[in-house]
Structure formats: structure tokens, C-alpha cells
Design a protein around this ligand. Structure first.
Ligand SMILES: Nc1ncnc2c1ncn2[C@@H]1O[C@H](COP(=O)(O)OP(=O)(O)OP(=O)(O)O)[C@@H](O)[C@H]1O
Ligand SMILES: [Mg+2]
Length: 382
């Protein structure tokens, strides 16, 4: 806030505006007054007030309209409504619309000073919160920049050199040397994947994927995600079954990120499954929602872990053989689903298995054609 907080008084009663200006214009504040809403809004734009007193009942533009426009000019301005006894109810309504407090007429100088002090404290808090939020964003951006430049580039070089070395020495290495070289490559690849995941979490521009939204076929989305996890499932002898209702409405979304989200869920289902168990992916329409569920018969999730698994870096303690991971997959998935105006939930029984359910708004027939790929033969796909 400026060294001297700025206060704007918008009231058609000259006596109120003048007395407020006199009481508050004590050298500690910079005070300006307007006699109607339109003038007040013009002044709000030039004067940049911290706190605005608005009379609710004014000829011309009402106090409510002024409050709304003030929010458009600067949502961080703290507004206090001045009201006669007869309009206390409207004062409550205006607080519901974002006014910080109200001051019933007539008021004493002390009442005015007190409410002003509280309003300015609120303004300081609002500005502090905004500054912290900006700082957090900057930190995120810096962290992302450090990770990508300081870690990714040297690792890329290591990866390429290992690859070149492997090619140059092909045929001259003992089995043990080749296997050690391969282990180095695999570790570097894991690190690169981890960095990619971190950058994904740090990136603040997930909202930008909205710009790429198009009507998206649920069956194609699921088939692509299954394809990605299939090699790992095959290695673990886990069968992935799909059961898709037909026909199925499309959803409005970005296929790339949706696949990423489902791959995280399916990847977990395979990772936390025991060898030879099945995973079932179902998709159906419930009212105006598309519901996709992924059920496994794996190790399950402990009750105390369940509410936290969607948090950044949270990893459960299943009690069974530890699995590799960074605890970010579900956090990213939740963000992706929410960007698509959907929700994700999980149910689980320790030792029995888990079911993850994604709900997304279905496009109506009028919004998009029905999904042409959800034909019966897609059901039961492995
Ligand atoms: N299908 C599942 N069965 C059992 N536990 C699960 C399952 N899915 C998630 N979890 C638990 O939730 C935690 C968080 O999952 P998340 O996918 O975010 O992280 P991760 O799998 O540990 O690591 P990664 O970032 O590599 O995905 C896991 O550590 C695990 O304890
Ligand atoms: Mg995971």
C-alpha cells in the first residue's frame, strides 16, 4: 500500500462526504470524494484508492452497480457500503456481493475511524496475499527454468554420449561391461522422465490446454492410453480388459493430456497389481457425464493414505514391495481432469484392490456427433 492509504468516498449527500473527508483527512490518509457513482468510478480509475466508501442509495447509478464496476476496475479494492437504517438488508446483500463491511448512518467519527482501520488492514492482507502468490509463481518459474537448463541439458549430453559410446564399442565390450552401460543409460532415462514430470507439475500453463479443446472420442482416448501401458502390462502378465458402453457421447477436451491422465491411472493399476491379475477399464454415460473407471485387484491403498494420494509428491505406504515413483502421477492427473471440468475419485480396500473414477461432462448430441469409434467390437479389447 502507498505510504498514505488512499480513501475514496462516493456519496451524494455532501454533508456525509464532507464530514468523512474531514475526519479521515487527518494527514494519515489521502482522501477524495465523489458525489455520484459515475464520477466515483472515474476517480477510482485515476486515484487508485485502497478503500472506497459507497453510499447504497444514490440517484443515477446505484451503490450496487458501483460495487460491481469497482470490482471490474480493481478487484483488490476494499469496499465498504454506507447505508441508512432502512437499507441494512441491502447492505447485507452488498456484502454477499463482495463488499467488506457496511457502515449504518448516522455514524460517529470513532465508528468511521474504526471501520476505516479494519478496511485498510483487510487491504494490506489482500495485497500481501497477492504478492505472495506472485512470489510463488516466480519461484515455480525459476525452479522450472533451473530444472530444465541446469539438469536437463547436461543429462541430455550424458544420454547422447552413452548412446554413442555403446555404438562405438559394440562388439568390443564384455557382457558385463555392456550390461553396466545399459544400466547407466536406463538410469539416465529414468532421470529424464522424472525431470519431465517435475516440469509438468511446475508448469503453470496447464490452463492453456483449454485452447486446444475439441470434441474427443472416449474410445480413442482409452485405446491410446491402453496402448502406452500395454508393454508394462504384458511384462507383468496383467490383462487389461475394456468394457465401453456404445454408443458413447464425446467429451470436450485435449486428447494428449487426457491420455497422459489415464496413462497415470492405468500405469498405477498395473504397477500396483500383482503378477497375473486383471485390470478393468469401463466407460459409460450417466446423465450428462461420461464416467471412466479403472479397477485393479492390486495391493490397495491404506485408509489413511486415500485422502492424500492426489497431493503433490505423496506416496502411499502399501506395506508391500516398494514400487518406483515420485508421487506426482495422480497430482498431475487430477489437475488435467479439473482443467476438463471433471472430477476424479478413488476407492480402495487394502490388499484387495483399487478403483479410480474419472467423471467428465459429456457433449450433447447437439454439441457433437456421437462417438463413431465406440462400436461394439471395441468392447473387450485387450
Ligand atoms: N492403483 C493403485 N493401487 C495401489 N496404490 C495406488 C494406486 N494408485 C496410486 N496408489 C498410491 O497412491 C500414491 C500416489 O500415486 P501417484 O501415481 O501420484 O504416485 P506414484 O505412482 O507413487 O509415482 P509416479 O509419480 O511415478 O506416478 C502411490 O504412491 C500409491 O501409494
Ligand atoms: Mg503413479
Amino acid at each position: 500500500m502507498a505510504t498514505r492509504p488512499k480513501i475514496l468516498i462516493i456519496d451524494d449527500e455532501a454533508v456525509v462526504a464532507d464530514s468523512c473527508s474531514e475526519i479521515l483527512g487527518d494527514g494519515n490518509h489521502e482522501v477524495a470524494a465523489a458525489s455520484d457513482g459515475a464520477q466515483g468510478l472515474r476517480m477510482a480509475q485515476d486515484f487508485h484508492p485502497d478503500l472506497v466508501f459507497v453510499d447504497l442509495k444514490m440517484p443515477g447509478m446505484s451503490g450496487f452497480a458501483v460495487l460491481e464496476k469497482l470490482r471490474e476496475i480493481d478487484p483488490t479494492i476494499v469496499a465498504i457500503v454506507i447505508t441508512g437504517f432502512a437499507t441494512v438488508n441491502s447492505a447485507v446483500d452488498s456484502m454477499k456481493q463482495g463488499a467488506f463491511d457496511f457502515l449504518p448512518k448516522p455514524f460517529t467519527p470513532d465508528e468511521l475511524r474504526l471501520i476505516t482501520r479494519r478496511g485498510l488492514e483487510k487491504r494490506s492482507l489482500v495485497l500481501e496475499t497477492m504478492a505472495l502468490r506472485r512470489e510463488k509463481e516466480t519461484l515455480r518459474e525459476h525452479f522450472a527454468a533451473i530444472v530444465s537448463h541446469e539438469l536437463k541439458s547436461p543429462l541430455n549430453a550424458v544420454q547422447q554420449n552413452l548412446f554413442a559410446l555403446g555404438a562405438e564399442l559394440a562388439g568390443r565390450l564384455t557382457d558385463d561391461q555392456r550390461s553396466r552401460l545399459e544400466r547407466c543409460s536406463a538410469r539416465v532415462n529414468d532421470l529424464m522422465k522424472l525431470i519431465h514430470t517435475w516440469l509438468r507439475v511446475m508448469s503453470t500453463d496447464l490452463d492453456k490446454v483449454r485452447e486446444n479443446f475439441v470434441p474427443t472420442a472416449v474410445s480413442t482416448w482409452i485405446a491410446k492410453a491402453v496402448e502406452v501401458v500395454q508393454p508394462e502390462a504384458t511384462r507383468k502378465e496383467v490383462d487389461i480388459h475394456t468394457d465401453l458402453q456404445t454408443p458413447l457421447a464425446r467429451i470436450q477436451g485435449d486428447e494428449g493430456t487426457l491420455v497422459e491422465a489415464l496413462v497415470n491411472i492405468l500405469g498405477n493399476a498395473v504397477k500396483y497389481s500383482r503378477v497375473g491379475k486383471a485390470v478393468l477399464v469401463c466407460a459409460r454415460q450417466e446423465g450428462d457425464q461420461i464416467v471412466v473407471s479403472v479397477a485393479d485387484k492390486g495391493v490397495g491403498i491404506a485408509k489413511e493414505d486415500l485422502p492424500r494420494i492426489f497431493e503433490d509428491f505423496y506416496r502411499g505406504k502399501s506395506g508391500e514391495a516398494p514400487q518406483p515413483g515420485s508421487g506426482l502421477g495422480l497430482a498431475i492427473t487430477r489437475r488435467i481432469v479439473e482443467v476438463h471440468d471433471g472430477s476424479i475419485s478413488a476407492e480402495s480396500e487394502l490388499g484387495q484392490g483399487s478403483t479410480f473414477v474419472i467423471r467428465l461432462p459429456a457433449l450433447s448430441q447437439a454439441q457433437a456427433e456421437t462417438d463413431p469409434l465406440s462400436l461394439p467390437q471395441m468392447g473387450g479389447m485387450r
